[in-house]
Ligand binder design. Structure first.
Ligand code: GRG
Length: 300
């Protein structure tokens, strides 16, 4: 992968460490009953993953001058939802995968019933984490943040996108149909991450929120386009999950619809659009620009 600028890499590793420590504190101890469930929740969340969504929360917050003590709980909440979605996605009744983040998936390491409960409990913990922290200046702002995460995770967002994903296996989709599915499945949580970060600041200006949302839509889609390219082109060892599954399962992807070359070009064009959306925000949005580059240039 193109090595991120040293200064950005330092920032990224700092945020990843901060979020890891906060997640560690937010998760119940494996010493507490029910021990097996708590152990499995910690297994699902800790010690892996790129933490792209928490990075987006922090970067969006920095763009509007939000304090880190507000941003970190919001970042944890989004990552807990993401971790739950991966655990459920890997179940035999969904994508049926045995490897995630370079190790056995939760239902393989533990069992299916535990994996189901891990997802349920992580989702609850996400909202508990968001509700427990004073994130906005007023109660209405905090409730609005809870609503943002709920809508993004639900049937009009991630869970709905997953339902469409399961329904279209073996079918041919047009590019707009594929785009709608991914805007929901992957894009909704990425947009929520950026919005939550922005809402941790002083009452955010509507125009700024709009610019950040345009940025997040482009990054969300670019993330999925790159995910499709990597699934087709990278090895399981590099990805830490089973590669080549989309084609094996007959899933419509950007690669199956456009071909690898055009899919890569689309990701680059979305990266340019993401940068353009931030034009009015100046230097404060540099982390967001760097993250758009990271998402598109990543190799895992
Ligand atoms: C089960 C309700 C429910 C939803 C599942 C997000 C999702 C919906 C499924 C994951 C399947 C998948 C591979 C989607 C493509 C994009 C994606 C979310 C990839 C994994 O995210 P990364 O690359 O993972 O950020 P890490 O491990 O780095 O956190």
């Amino acid at each position: 992968m193109t090595i991120p600028k040293a200064e950005f890499a330092d920032w990224m590793h700092g945020v990843q460490a901060l979020v890891e420590a906060a997640l560690e504190r937010a998760l119940p101890s494996a010493e507490h009953e029910p021990r097996r469930l708590h152990e499995a929740m910690r297994y699902a969340v800790l010690g892996g993953g790129k933490r792209v969504r928490p990075l987006l929360v922090l970067a969006a917050g920095e763009a509007v001058g939000a304090p880190r003590e507000r941003l970190v709980p919001a970042a944890c909440a989004v990552e807990l939802i993401h971790a739950y979605s991966l655990v459920h996605d890997d179940l035999p009744c969904m994508d049926d995968d045995a490897m995630r983040r370079g190790r056995p998936t939760v239902h393989v390491e533990f069992d299916e019933a535990t994996a189901l409960l891990v997802g349920d409990a992580l989702q609850s913990l996400a909202f508990e984490t968001l509700a427990a922290a004073p994130l906005a200046d007023d109660p209405a702002g905090s409730v609005e943040m809870l609503r943002t995460l709920a809508v993004a995770s639900g049937s009009r967002g991630m869970a709905g996108g997953q339902a469409i994903d399961l329904a279209v296996v073996g079918k041919t989709l047009t590019q707009p149909e594929l785009e709608l599915m991914h805007i929901m499945k992957t894009g909704a949580l990425i947009r929520a991450a950026v919005r939550l970060g922005a809402c941790c600041g002083e009452r955010a200006d509507a125009a700024v929120l709009e610019q950040l949302d345009r940025y997040a839509k482009c990054v969300g889609l670019a993330f999925q386009v790159v995910d499709d390219v990597l699934d087709a082109a990278a090895s399981s060892a590099t990805l830490g999950k089973t590669a080549g599954k989309d084609a094996a399962q007959g899933k419509p992807t950007y690669v199956s619809i456009l071909g690898t070359r055009a899919a890569r070009e689309l990701a680059q064009s979305l990266r340019r659009d993401a940068h353009a959306a931030l034009a009015a925000l100046g230097a404060s949005a540099q982390r967001l620009r760097d993250l758009a580059d990271f998402v598109v240039l990543r190799e895992f």
